[in-house]
Design a protein around this ligand. Structure first.
Ligand code: ADE
Ligand code: ZN
Length: 326
């Protein structure tokens, strides 16, 4: 079989996907119309042309503006179902979906609208596509600790339907230590823990995510490679890294996919996985990420199988469910 067929046929979990980052320009236009929200683009082509970024903040500015069209439970349902259809076509059998409640509650959208729309799509995805999923509530790190606590509080009625908390948005200047107490409170409520670290931020932020947040995996983690002692620790602890090749390329974390460190991570004994991050903005869903990095780095089929296996062992599924997938 050819590479694309092999990759699509490989059962995989997606561990790093921001649902707001799966908003395709076509759906953005449809929701802008449905909700009578003005958007600063004349056409779908205009939108795609705006998706040229030189760093994380460039992207975030456009990503938060795009999210303005999301207003009702039906919008969040439609957004998530569109993601699940694409993920299922790519061979995803389990997805752990990050959502950014503060992007919506700060615009007056009730937490309930956001999460009930996502939960209803998750039920449909399991029943109709056979894709299981869970939610990761992500705190926006450019906002305050107090705002993160308020978000955890707002999530109270749904905590049994949220697997984990995460930490995203502008990394540099917002170290994990800023959120140590919120993450301790989330852990005390039984939530699993992940955080973006080492995407643009220094290795010190990865150390902090481990020591101060108690993360069970690291989202991105690219810059951990600058610190050999940290690499040794991540390998010894079997820490999963949720790596996002096309995101890294579009946000200039790497200059060229030919220089992507994914296989280097595997060679160092790190449990790397491949994920799509914000596929509507970065040019492809999970299979496109596998294909692009496999071609650019000459990955073997054994490497691809390892990456897919790591996606299950690094998931927040219970051990019995992981055992069924690997
Ligand atoms: N929010 C959405 N995508 C993100 C990324 N790659 N890094 C930080 N915050 C994000
Ligand atoms: Zn991300």
């Amino acid at each position: 079989t050819d590479l694309a067929t092999f990759i699509a046929g490989l059962p995989k979990a997606e561990l790093h996907l921001h649902i707001e980052g799966s908003l395709e320009p076509e759906l953005m236009f449809a929701l802008a119309q449905r909700n009578r929200v003005a958007i600063p683009y004349g056409s779908v082509e205009d939108v795609r042309a705006a998706y040229a970024f030189s760093n994380l903040q460039d992207f975030l500015d456009i990503y938060y503006a795009g999210a303005e069209v999301l207003r009702t439970r039906a919008d969040f349902h439609d957004l998530a179902i569109a993601y699940f259809r694409r993920a299922a076509a790519d061979g995803v059998v389990h997805a752990e979906i990050m959502f950014d409640p503060q992007t919506h509650t700060d615009r007056g959208i009730p937490f309930a609208e956001v999460i009930e729309g996502l939960l209803s799509a998750m039920r449909v995805a399991e029943a109709e596509l056979g894709v299981t999923s869970s939610l990761i509530l992500s705190f926006l790190r450019h906002l305050s600790e107090e705002a993160a606590f308020a978000t955890l509080e707002a999530a109270g009625p749904w905590l049994d339907r949220i697997a984990a908390v995460g930490l995203d948005s502008s990394e540099v200047g917002h170290p994990p230590e800023k959120f140590a107490r919120v993450f301790a409170a989330a852990r005390a409520r039984g939530l699993r823990i992940t955080a973006h670290a080492g995407e643009e931020g220094p290795p010190e932020y990865v150390h902090q995510a481990l020591d101060l947040l108690g993360v069970e995996r690291i989202d991105h983690g690219n810059r951990a490679l600058e610190d050999p002692a940290l690499v040794a620790r991540l390998a010894a602890e079997g820490m999963t890294l949720t790596v996002c090749p096309l995101s890294n390329l579009k946000l200039c974390v790497v200059g060229d996919l030919a220089d992507h460190p994914l296989d280097g991570m595997l060679a160092l004994g790190l449990k790397a996985t491949v994920n799509s991050d914000d596929p509507a903005y970065f040019g492809g869903y999970i299979a496109a990420n596998y294909r692009a990095v496999a071609e650019a780095r000459g990955l073997s089929r054994a490497d691809l199988v390892t990456l897919a296996r790591n996606s299950f062992t690094g998931s927040f599924l219970p051990p019995e469910a992981i055992a069924r997938h690997v």
